[in-house]
Write a new protein. Structure first.
Length: 76
């Protein structure tokens, strides 16, 4: 599973990345997590507000700092 965190480096973006890493640790298995901070790459997903969570190329959440539990529910 490939998890992408879309954001330009704001506090919420960094917190979402941290929460995603914790969620992946809890569910186990092999997963890739990538931080995308290039505006042109973010625009390819048609995301208008960050942070955004993308799972295997599908946007699952935008503009919200998800909790660890919410991330697990989306990717579990």
């Amino acid at each position: 599973m490939k998890i992408e965190i879309l954001g330009t480096g704001c506090a919420k973006c960094k917190a979402l990345e941290s929460n995603a890493k914790e969620a992946l640790t809890k569910i186990g298995g092999f997963h890739e997590i990538v931080k995308v901070d290039d505006i042109m790459e973010i625009m390819k997903y048609n995301v208008v507000s960050t942070p955004a969570l993308v799972v295997d190329g599908v946007v699952k959440s935008t503009g919200k700092l998800l909790s660890v539990e919410e991330i697990i529910a989306l990717i579990g």
